[in-house]
Design a protein. Structure first.
Length: 750
């Protein structure tokens, strides 16, 4: 059957829709009706795949809240039957069927009797619901990309994106420019075309620069081909300029063979070209929107690289806007390079000094706000000597660290600490010989932040975070101080919102906590956990510390994972999150270790059942909802299964990194070493309890420093080494004795 439809466009364009015919019906088996738990509801049924049965994948079923949060999920047997639960709470829900595998089935929502797909339904106490229905084959969008006659239409990337501008499917054009985007559920989709050579302009269909200007392709049927979505690509805008250098007499001369690179502000170089014998260059922008330019002179020229205009680092570069026009006059005068050299030595066990080979010498550019930003690096030779790469004019800090594991602490030029480092001001053609820099054994001093118990310790931490007599506190998160599951995601949420975190018992507010709430006078209080975790009695008592009961919010679900999702959606939902940390909710150390690191990257922690073979649909929906494009996994495969990691990384094309030490202490150290840059300070909490580390997360976030886990009686050797490698010279211990012993305060290693 052929159905002719007209897309909802301002332009007149006819789209031909071909509906597949001859689909073979599949009759699934039916499970016996289950008996619900008293006062609860049971759900069972059968799923009938279009053109089934499924032989190259698996089916699953999920019970959702009306907002889309997963309450229960389960698998569908090979014969199509399923039993989801006999223990569902009465309430309003939706039900969805999902497919995992190489076939073409797509998510399909169950249609309640008399309703449509995706409609909500009500479960009542002692009800047994049979929810049987189909799971459909997806639709496709096809078209042809045409280009100017002198170019090839092959190999051009075509993506279908959702309204959040996230990629749903991707294809590349064949030799004739044809593409096909498959396995699409009904919805509104945007077609994005991305040539890779920069000569042609990137665009959204039809002829739009951004998704805001684009028109969606409306897929309103299953198993249907939406054709005729054709794209004509035009040449990209051209940017031109001349690269020169100043001579001693004040005149200038062109510089040939300079590599001119064009970047999106956060990406690696996308397009590049070179200057000719007269210093001229021509580069196509690719229609890429905002971009920056970088100029890399040839080796041996004695010139320094720079970004346009006159910036040594991308962070200080002027962001240019591609308005689809020809741009000329992007001229650059390159400066004579600054050189920095010296020799790195170290103090041996006997107290003598020796040359340090393979010392890592890092250069940090100091931006207009005085913030150091990593710029470049070099390694010392066998004699300890080093020469840093050519530097453009600017202010810099130089850091030296032990690349060959001699057990010595890093140092900055002029001081061991970042705060005391000596700034080097580079001018054109200047040269600095730093002489001998000696690395010595690490020394880490400590102080202690503690109270008489975990509740009082959390208060002392809060006072460190908000020391002002009349602090301006936007929000305080309230967590159960006697049980951990609900609270693990609260730390990064508090960091994101600039708030604090205090602990209560399930039924009362300790007096010391009440006094701190009175002092903080927060604009809002967020209770993390349901009434079974923190009672309504406590909620009522908290009303005394805000202006109105409406300023108290409870985020609590049926289990720790739903609570985690509620906290993350509430804190990060409006702006989304580029990065997320994934940790098990079955134990606390991994999530606690990741909290300050997540806060440092302005990222949430998402809790999952680490023992499961794959993430549930709710987790995947949350990740998609936030717009996450980089994920960190905390814990070994024993605590976070490979199936969870692989599904998120492979199934959703994320960049993924796993942190997995031999134990909780090493895992926390790995997280900190990877996420944080050089720092003078750190926090240390016990790894055998959760309360102090939980309360300390927002303080670490406010200070922008890592939090390490320690044994109660001594500091694990790998933890001390990791702190030393980051340059930590002082640590605040969270908790009193015996939570962290006097030996920990003396940095006695295990």
């Amino acid at each position: 059957m052929t159905v002719v439809r007209r897309l909802r466009l301002s332009a007149v364009l006819v789209m031909v829709v071909v509906v597949a015919s001859g689909v073979v019906a599949f009759s699934p088996a039916q499970a016996a009706p289950p008996t619900p738990v008293a006062g609860k509801a049971a759900i069972y049924g059968a799923v009938a795949p279009d053109a089934g049965p499924v032989t190259n994948g698996s089916l699953s079923v999920s019970l959702l809240t009306p907002e889309g949060w997963v309450v229960k999920s389960g698998t569908v047997s090979a014969n199509g039957s399923y039993f989801l639960t006999a223990n569902a709470d009465p309430g309003t829900y939706r039900l969805q069927f999902d497919y995992s595998g190489s076939g073409s089935w797509v998510r399909t929502y169950w249609a309640p009797p008399g309703g449509s797909e995706g409609d909500t339904f009500i479960l009542t106490a002692n009800q047994t619901l049979e929810a049987s229905g189909p799971i459909h084959l997806g639709s496709s969008i096809t078209g042809t990309v045409t280009v100017p006659d002198t170019l090839s239409p092959a190999g051009i990337a075509v993506e279908v994106r959702d309204a959040a501008d996230d990629t749903v499917r991707r294809d590349t054009t064949d030799a004739l420019g044809a593409y096909e985007l498959t396995n699409l559920a009904p919805g509104n989709y945007y077609i994005y075309v991305e040539p890779t050579d920069g000569i042609l302009r990137r665009e959204y269909w039809p002829n739009a620069r951004s998704i805001a200007e684009a028109t969606p392709v409306i897929v309103d049927l299953y198993n249907t081909a939406y054709s005729g979505i054709d794209v004509q690509l035009d040449p990209a805008p051209v940017i031109t300029g001349v690269v020169t250098r100043l001579l001693d007499d004040g005149s200038s001369e062109p510089v040939p063979n300079v590599e001119v690179q064009i970047f999106r502000p956060l990406d690696s170089a996308t397009f590049r070209t070179g200057t000719d014998s007269k210093g001229r260059y021509v580069v196509h922008s690719g229609g890429m929107g905002d971009f920056v330019l970088r100029f890399q002179p040839p080796d041996g020229s004695g010139l320094a690289p720079e970004y346009w205009e006159d910036s040594p680092a991308r962070a200080g570069a002027i962001v240019l806007s591609d308005d689809h026009q020809f741009h000329s006059g992007y001229d650059v005068v390159l400066s004579e390079a600054t050189t920095i050299s010296g020799r790195v030595r170290y103090e041996t066990a006997s107290g003598a000094e020796a040359n340090l080979a393979q010392a890592w010498v890092q250069i940090y550019w100091v931006d207009e706000r005085g913030e150091p930003r990593y710029h470049d690096s070099a390694f010392s030779g066998t004699d300890g000597a080093f020469v840093l790469p050519a530097l453009p004019p600017g202010d810099y800090l130089v850091r030296f660290s032990d690349g060959s594991k001699k057990g010595v602490a890093p140092t900055f030029w002029g001081s061991r600490t970042l705060a005391g480092a000596t700034k080097i001001t580079a001018t054109p053609g200047s040269s600095f010989d730093l002489g001998d820099i000696v690395l010595r054994p690490p020394v880490i001093t400590t102080d202690r932040i503690s109270g008489s118990n975990r509740f009082a310790t959390a208060v002392e931490i809060s006072k460190e975070q908000f020391p002002a007599p009349d602090p301006d506190v936007p929000v305080v998160y309230i967590a159960n101080g006697l049980n951990y599951p609900d609270a693990l995601t609260a730390g990064p949420a508090a960091i994101h919102r600039g708030g604090g975190l205090l602990l209560v018992t399930p039924d009362s507010i300790p007096a010391v906590v009440a006094a701190e709430l009175e002092r903080l006078d927060p604009e809002k209080i967020v209770i993390v956990g349901s009434a079974s975790s923190i009672s309504d009695v406590v909620r009522s008592a908290l009303a005394a510390y805000v202006d109105s009961p409406s300023q108290i919010q409870r985020l609590g679900g049926a289990n720790r994972y739903i609570t985690s999702e509620l906290v993350v959606r509430d804190a990060f939902g409006e702006g989304g999150a580029d990065t997320a940390f994934i940790a098990t909710g079955l134990n606390y150390p991994d999530a606690l270790a990741a909290g300050p690191a997540a806060g440092y990257l302005d990222a949430p922690i998402i809790l999952v059942n680490g023992a499961a073979s794959a993430p549930d649909a709710g987790t995947l929906d949350l990740i998609s909802y936030l717009g996450v494009d980089k994920s960190y996994f905390v814990g070994s495969s024993a605590s976070l299964s490979d199936g969870i990691v692989n599904r998120i990384v492979q199934g959703m094309a994320f960049i993924g990194q796993r942190f997995a030490g031999a134990n909780r202490y090493e895992t926390a150290a790995q997280v900190n070493s990877s996420i944080f840059g050089p720092t003078d300070d750190a926090l240390i909490a016990t790894g055998t309890g959760y309360a102090d580390a939980l309360a300390g997360g927002p303080l670490a976030g406010a200070r922008g420093i890592p939090l390490y886990l320690s044994k109660p009686t001594c500091v694990p050797g790998d933890v001390f080494t990791a702190m030393s490698d980051l340059g930590v010279s002082h640590a605040d211990l969270l908790g009193g004795v015996p939570t962290l012993s006097a030996d920990v305060a003396q940095m006695v290693r295990c």
